[in-house]
Design a protein around this ligand. Sequence first.
Ligand code: ARG
Length: 570
Amino acid sequence: MLDFKKIIAEKLHEEVPELEVDQFLSLIEIPPDSKMGDYAFPTFSLAKIKRKSPQMIAEEIKESLGDLESFEKIEVVGSYLNFFVDRKALAELMLGQVKEEKEEFGRTNYGENRPVVVEYSSPNIAKPFHIGHIRTTVIGDSLKRIYEFLGYDVTSINHLGDYGTQFGMMIEAYKLWGNREVIESNPIPELVKLYVRINQEAEEKPELLDNSREWFRKLEEKDEEAVALWKWFREVSLDEFQRVYKLLDIEFDSYRGESYYSDLMPAVVQEMEDKGVLVESDGAKIVDLEEYKLPPSIIVKRDGSTIYLTRDITAAKFRKDTYDFYKNIYVVGSQQNLHFQQLVAILDKMGYEWSKDCIHVPFGMVSLEDGTLSTRRGKVLYLEDVLNRAISQVDEILSKREEELGVVMENRKELAEQVGIGAVKFQELFNQRIKDYVFDWEKTLSFEGETGPYVQYTHARINSLLAKGNFQLDNKVNPALLTNEEEIRLLQLLYGFADIIVDAHLKNEPYFITRYIVEAAKTFNKFYNATTILTEEEELTNTRLLLCYGVKNMIKRGLDLLGIQAPEKM
Ligand code: ARG
């Protein structure tokens, strides 16, 4: 397709062959204000080559470029060359693409089927699935969707925390005080109670810890009773997790958790021995990471048991062998930065050049307005409760609307779910990952401003407009009729959509897309309020409707890449 930026870069390269087209491409900017053009090229970097002032260079290049096809004009402002895309060329290009690509608008094959692993959510068994987990779960799911849309071959993994010495404690506690029926009636909170109790009582009775260690040893040796109990803890926990994933409309290709790697670990430890990566320290086996300016990591504890990091090394190798990944992405909070730095360093030290393809995608913390995470169910706010509350609050809003408007929404229940869950996800994906944020009910569920419901509502509004105008894809249109400010802005947004998806995946930042579709929704609403779309002139109406259709597909796709549904009617 017509690539305006590339046209500029190629022309500039003809003018100044000392720089390659790619170099020009990376120097060309998108000005913050469209009055400064659609693209700008700062000439500073040419001063050395040309031995002239940047302003003079800008003037000279403008002179010799003359009229550039597909561009309306070129202006010099200070040391910048500002390029203005020809509006008609833009409209022709975008309307053509909207018509051709339809619901697939924006799709590219950037990924060329390269395999990518995205790991996210990964909660710990027998521990609450709480509001803190929303971040990894929702960011990870969005990244999975983005990579898929770009044509990568994605495998999503839930690296369940289902192994470790704490399961010895769980078994000991269950044997002492547990009751099967009680646990089955309310698994995670009851298991957490047992875990809390054994930790407390062990302070006075250290023999509980000895017994726990013994149980873990038995588990590692595949003792029947130990394995059966562990399996049961895992099952009942997973049932609860899956209920929440269903609510969130999130799926995984694999639930291979930490336990899966326990059998594969001895071979990896052996390999580390053979490669001379391990050293003895105080009876434990560690890796010295001084050359990476990192603290040493324990791989095998003094009592012979392995740890979280050992399982991650094993899992990374397993993923490379199984998926031959181009990228192996870990969506895990920034508290684990050091852990992942150590993991990558160790893989590098083991001689794996693919260690650089293991990428930690960290994020900040979520807190509640009152600064805590407390709730009626104990010390944590369960994610499931948050989601259900969002749904029921939206349901209330909708039922008020029904009353006010005197209508009945036949799909109200479904709608409340789509909007409630969408709102929570949207708020989650609105900011740069690394920023901490405060979960704010009012803001999240508002139908005004930069929220999920607002964007969903805009999408539904376009949809009903298309129906009202009896939009048909093959109606006759005339791109030259799109001339007002909002129309041009919408065309520009359509033009930039495919690129923003690429950028979002290069930085692993779904919020690029969130912001983009908010802007599209705002611009559309401005357009809707300022312009009569369904006019008396058929060709003009059809042209505007085709633009609306493109914007609708873009917003719908954007929402989908965030994991948010786009109801047709609201
Ligand atoms: N289960 C861990 C936790 O809840 C997160 C696992 C992250 N993934 C990994 N490969 N280490 O903290």
